[in-house]
Design a protein around this ligand. Structure first.
Ligand code: COA
Length: 377
């Protein structure tokens, strides 16, 4: 009998989930039933995190309780700082993020406690602790000192404060918050599925998140947001150029890249085939940053690549496409973009880890053997 192979598990429905619904037909994405565009327009990222974990929007008391919790768990753990300091400055920041989560897990008193209460506590702590990892890593690469968190700032304000050592303007904070909400959750993508596979063996939460970070690093998944910026850099960013000039160069670059059969990161999606539901909202945030920083030529590159890809292959941008230049304009180093994605996706991963644990079955598919027939020494 020849088995039917689902290469890349494409089209396979592996389990139920109540965390989010991706609907490729209507290009929509719901977190716990709420359209992500509405959440991005109206809620703090902290509220979206509570929605993903709890299944319902928080009431005033829950918001206040988490507000205090999150603000008191932001400082960089000295053991994590020591571990980061052991890592070379030229290693990828995703390696730093992966190591930091592993160190936090190894030191956590509730590490082996998988009760729902302990898991939620660990998830919230990780959510609160991770921005310091990203911020400190970018600063040490720039030979700058650690900046301590500030309890008077919200999550997004404080993230930018710890990274840049100055208070970010409202427009920038808002675009950052929107990116966090949009990156928070996306059903059974590769990293979330990785987290669920690890959880299905009954391993601990930090092991599942560490593994998920490994999956997110690749350019076919989270690494695409930084790859987009590398594309822009390869084409050449020239602030003195007009938008039209930049667009023309970008179009020519894309035509050449496609003629060479290159995959251009930031385009295409396994599930959405007629547009990523998150792109319009992220594009608005990018437009706001372009206006704020007065960098129209970057949009020339953006438009030129998008138009040429559309004309040649009818392949549309995914969320990473507008997110990359947005983070660039904010001042993040290109290699820090995917760690920003970790900070956001910790919410979705840990919501899925809880869901997997609550109704677990070991995830273990079959394979069709195509090696040599039985033979003997
Ligand atoms: N650049 C160029 N061609 C692309 C492309 C891209 N970004 N994405 C898809 N294609 C082409 C493939 O080459 C393939 O063409 P072919 O049929 O002539 O071989 C066709 O479109 C189908 O693509 P495929 O890779 O089979 O789709 P998939 O569902 O397996 O892959 C991705 C989805 C996301 C892995 C793929 O679109 C990709 O590699 N995109 C770039 C990475 C990226 O941005 N990832 C972030 C996702 S949110």
């Amino acid at each position: 009998m020849t088995e039917e192979i689902h290469k890349g598990l494409a089209g396979v429905v592996a389990d139920h989930t109540a965390v989010s619904k991706v609907n490729p037909e209507s290009n929509s994405l719901l977190y716990r039933g709420y359209p992500v565009q509405q959440l991005a327009a109206e809620l703090a990222f902290e509220e979206v995190a509570l929605l993903l974990w709890n299944g319902e929007l928080p009431d005033a008391a829950q918001k206040e309780e988490f507000r205090a919790f999150e603000r008191s768990h932001r400082a960089l753990d000295p053991r994590v700082k020591s571990a980061i300091d052991l890592l070379p400055l030229d290693c990828h920041p995703m390696d730093v993020g992966r190591t930091a989560v592993s160190v936090l897990g190894a030191n956590h008193p509730l590490s082996e406690d998988s009760s729902p209460e302990a898991e939620l506590t660990k998830a919230k702590e990780l959510f609160a602790a991770f921005p310091a990892v990203v911020a400190y890593d970018q600063r040490r690469r720039r030979e700058l000192q650690l900046v301590e968190p500030r309890e008077d700032l919200d999550y997004s304000q404080n993230f930018l404060w710890m990274t840049f050592g100055e208070e970010a303007p409202e427009e920038v904070v808002d675009a950052f918050r929107v990116s966090m909400v949009l990156y928070a959750e996306h059903s059974f993508n590769a990293s979330t599925f990785t987290a669920r596979v690890v959880t299905s063996t009954l391993a601990d939460l930090h092991s599942a998140v560490t593994a998920a970070i490994g999956a997110l690093k690749g350019p076919l998944h989270g690494g695409a947001n930084e790859a987009v910026m590398h594309t822009f850099e390869e084409i050449g960013i020239n602030p003195d150029e007009t938008r039209e000039e930049a667009a023309a160069r970008a179009k020519a670059w894309m035509e050449q890249a496609l003629a060479e059969k290159r995959k251009v990161m930031g385009f295409g999606h396994r599930v959405y085939k007629s547009g990523d539901s998150r792109v319009p909202t992220m594009k608005q945030a990018l437009d706001a940053m372009v206006d704020y920083y007065g960098r129209g030529e970057l949009m020339g590159l953006y438009d030129g690549l998008e138009a040429a890809m559309g004309e040649a292959k009818n392949i549309l941008p995914n969320l990473d496409y507008p997110a990359g230049p947005t983070y660039h304009l904010m001042g993040f180093d290109t290699e820090m973009f995917t760690p920003l994605f970790i900070a956001a996706r910790i919410t979705g991963w840990t919501a899925h880890i809880a869901e997997q644990r609550a109704n677990n079955a070991l995830i273990r598919p079959l394979s069709a053997y195509n090696g040599p027939e039985e033979r003997h020494l």
